[in-house]
Design a binder for this molecule. Sequence first.
Ligand SMILES: *Cc1c(COP(=O)(O)O)cnc(C)c1O
Length: 243
Amino acid sequence: MEEGMVTKIRENLERIQERIETAASSAGRNPAEIRLVVVTKAQPVEVVGAAITAGAVCLGENYAEEAVAKMGALGKSPNLEWHMIGHVQSRKARLVCNSFDLVHSLDSIKLAERYNQFAGEAGRKLPVLLEFNLGGEETKFGWPAWKEEYWEDLTPVIEEVTLLANLQVMGLMTMPPLMADPEQSRVFFRRLKQLQQYLVQVCPQVDWRELSMGTSADFEVAIQEGATYVRVGQAILGPRPAR
Ligand SMILES: *Cc1c(COP(=O)(O)O)cnc(C)c1O
């Protein structure tokens, strides 16, 4: 493994951790409530290995097969978590269920039922977050929630998801439209927080504590608005190689 790469990533991790702490303080929050997901999608396995050596403990991947290949190459380590943050096709549900510690991107009842089945077969409970589309972009996945009047319509199906015995619903996730200025993301992060408060009201039997929001471009704003997971790739690992 290249020594220089580890050093560079370790410096970046420290810098991001400092920025997380500053953002948390600016909002009167405890930085320990905020966990950093290092997004390794499209990065070669050497870079992922270097990130682990540099101290990354929670990795985010978007593509099931790519991630599973990396897991195989790097081997299991007890303190390392793999998080699925991308849209999952239903035929990949079993692979995801068997390989990941937390799914941020649960976006349909069909997928929820599949995860529930496979988690049951594996004798485990799969922790999941529900992904919401707050910007109304057609290219984005997630439960449609960009108008408040949709929230009530979504409630029955969300309740159905929360009743699946082998899923552990832990919170919400969003990926807002790409904005030129991080301040422009604030409205979407605030919206996810409001949606969380709504779900606490209508599905109080679920612990909706987690809010997964914010990337390299806007994680500090997301923390000010209540993020408990931030998903940061490029600011730690550099630009992703072309796929
Ligand atoms: C790629 C990705 C990120 C990280 O983006 P960066 O710009 O590398 O920080 C976060 N969340 C999701 C869902 C992603 O697909």
